[in-house]
Design a protein around this ligand. Sequence first.
Ligand SMILES: [Zn+2]
Length: 354
Amino acid sequence: RISLAVTNYNTWTVNFEHANGTMPVQFFIFPEDDTAEHRAAWEKCVDMLSVFNRIFGTYPFIEEKYGIYQFGFQGGMEHQTMTGQGGFWEGVTAHELAHQWWGDMVTCKTWHDIWLNEGFATYSEILFRERVYGADPGQLLRRRDDGLASGRLRGTVYAEDATDPFDDIPAIYTKGAWVVHMLRYLLGDDRFFAALREYGQRFAYANASTEDLLRVFSEFYGESLEWFFEQWVYAPMRPIYAFAWSVHEEGAGYRLRLRLQQQQTHLIARRDPTLPPVYIMPVEFTLRYADGTSEVKRLWNRAREETFDILLSRRPVSVTFDEGNWILKELRAGFGESFAALEPSPRSVRSRVR
Ligand SMILES: [Zn+2]
């Protein structure tokens, strides 16, 4: 693939200093847009190179260069080693640079797998802001979501129509980024970033499919993640949760009862029939106490309705659900009624955890 852009550019070069030397980063800007502010905005890609180099592994074209040239329409296009950008937004600059790893180094095998390029590049925008500004990744993703199961991100991450792979950009880009975020939640940072680097190395300068990604992350997780991909990658929509809590004195302490319902009516099309037809996820409850302290309980939810009893030495004053915004979900306040109408005799599973 060759891209040619020809005009009377102003150009300059900045060096990216890395462990093994120096790499040029070249810029080509329209003279009428050549301001100190615009130059500084694009030069942020040198900081981004440092950040992504650490997170993803060495920049894939380190012996060559990186660069940004301007084009006359909005957005960006990640040509290998020389990205076209219509503007100066930080998010676009981070997104297109990340494509050098996720898109240009590891290229999606088919158009069905385009989320491996776009979901990863979108999550990279979040990672950059987290690493450099200390931003909360869950909050950043939550801002790009309307919180509705039938909302903007209702589509399927795996592009079903390979003849029109960009027909659902919110699903491929933003829900795709949520999938990466939820893999991180599931594996924890150490295993997640190790898996990400291994995925990059194993498919470097080659192609990868969704199933390839599934295999690498399953290896690092320690067991098959097929159930995760069934519900988050191959199925549309998301879970709708409602929860309620109560606390009672018991002996010298307290018994906290957490009830969780999944109220969505859709099923998960490719679900392994031996697994429950609902979303299987670890869920986090944050317990707050009168003295200002708090703790997080992570519990596995594998049923449409589940009750968890937890014995505590102190009485919590509040309980919240998924405060870290780790799960793509719709959260409903109404507990019980809509659910009762949906399924008259829900299977209730009780588990006792400490
Ligand atoms: Zn992109």
